[in-house]
Design a protein around this ligand. Structure first.
Ligand code: FES
Length: 153
């Protein structure tokens, strides 16, 4: 059963959308369910000045995406890295055991956006944006220009 807070964030998600001139973008997908989360960050004075997300996934994935954006906005890079999937789930009043992987997605996507900003991500190192180890079959490297383009409608 979902908490009231999960249902509230699912019904009224915060910070949905993209940042066209993002300083960092992180995309992660799950082999368990096929859901995907993409997080965009804009950095100002070593803090997350703005953060947006696009989630193709379940209600828990949307709620955890929404919650993590609220938790890390205004934080330094180091502070943001300290926000774990367990902390996100806890802030939402808990998740059903079978849905804990949904909060992993949100935390991993946020960390990938931080990696991207800090130059360890695919734009500099050409590492695949979609972590094949995490299980997205057929994941491919996404050129930075493609990442910046708004999603097709
Ligand atoms: S079931 Fe896929 S992220 Fe929740």
């Amino acid at each position: 059963m979902y908490s009231d807070l999960v249902l509230e964030h699912f019904s009224n998600p915060r910070n949905v959308g993209s940042i066209p001139d993002a300083d960092g973008v992180g995309l992660i997908g799950s082999s368990i369910c096929g859901d995907m989360i993409k997080i965009f960050i804009k950095v100002k004075d070593n803090r997350i000045g703005d953060i947006r997300f696009q989630t193709f996934g379940c209600g828990a994935a949307i709620a955890t995406s929404s919650m993590i954006t609220e938790m890390v906005k205004g934080k330094t890079m180091e502070e943001a890295r300290g926000v774990t999937n367990e902390a996100v789930a806890e802030a939402l009043g808990g998740l059903p055991p079978g849905k804990m992987h949904c909060s992993n997605l949100a935390a991993d996507a946020m960390n990938k956006a931080l990696d991207d900003y800090e130059g360890k991500g695919p734009r500099k190192s050409r590492k695949p944006l979609i972590d094949k180890g995490f299980g997205v079959r057929g994941g491919r490297e996404m050129p930075s220009e493609e990442m910046k383009r708004p999603p097709e409608r």
